[in-house]
Ligand binder design. Structure first.
Ligand SMILES: [Zn+2]
Length: 145
């Protein structure tokens, strides 16, 4: 049993287990909250199949965007990408491809908590590509890359 950092305990309780994708969503949401203070909407491009869709719960946990409030939307795509949208800007946060490939290659039930802690402690610039654009056609952005 891995020793969990304190801050991951509520996330594990909320989500039911800990894996890298829920922590990726958790960090993406924190990153967005640091830039957008007021109302925002999240559009998540993971689709609805775990493990990638676990990311959705991490985003809900750190942004306050929830299904019940209808300010989080899930799109198909099987992409670890989220758009955070406030009244004037869209922030695209994307898991870097090499990290996605690494996780998908090595993740198992036995190492998922270990990988979660790695993600929690990783440098933002090593795991995320962040693009900020003005309001416009955020859904187009995801297709361009
Ligand atoms: Zn999960």
């Amino acid at each position: 049993m891995t020793d969990l950092p304190e801050e991951l305990i509520p996330l594990k309780r909320f989500h039911g287990h800990l894996g890298p994708y829920v922590v990726i969503g958790y960090r993406m949401g924190k990153l967005a909250r640091a830039r957008f203070e007021g109302k925002m909407t999240a559009v998540v491009f993971t689709g609805k199949h775990p493990p990638m869709s676990c990311l959705i719960d991490g985003v809900q946990m750190t942004t306050g965007c929830t299904l019940g409030k209808n300010n989080i939307h899930v799109r198909d795509g099987h992409l670890p990408v989220v758009h955070f949208i406030d009244s004037t800007r869209t922030l695209e946060v994307r898991l870097v491809d090499s990290e996605r490939e690494r996780i998908d290659r090595i993740m198992t039930k036995h190492n998922e908590e270990h990988l979660s802690i790695e993600i929690l402690n990783a440098d933002e610039k090593d795991i995320f590509w962040v693009t900020e654009v003005g309001s416009g056609l955020p859904e187009r952005l995801v297709k361009l890359k």
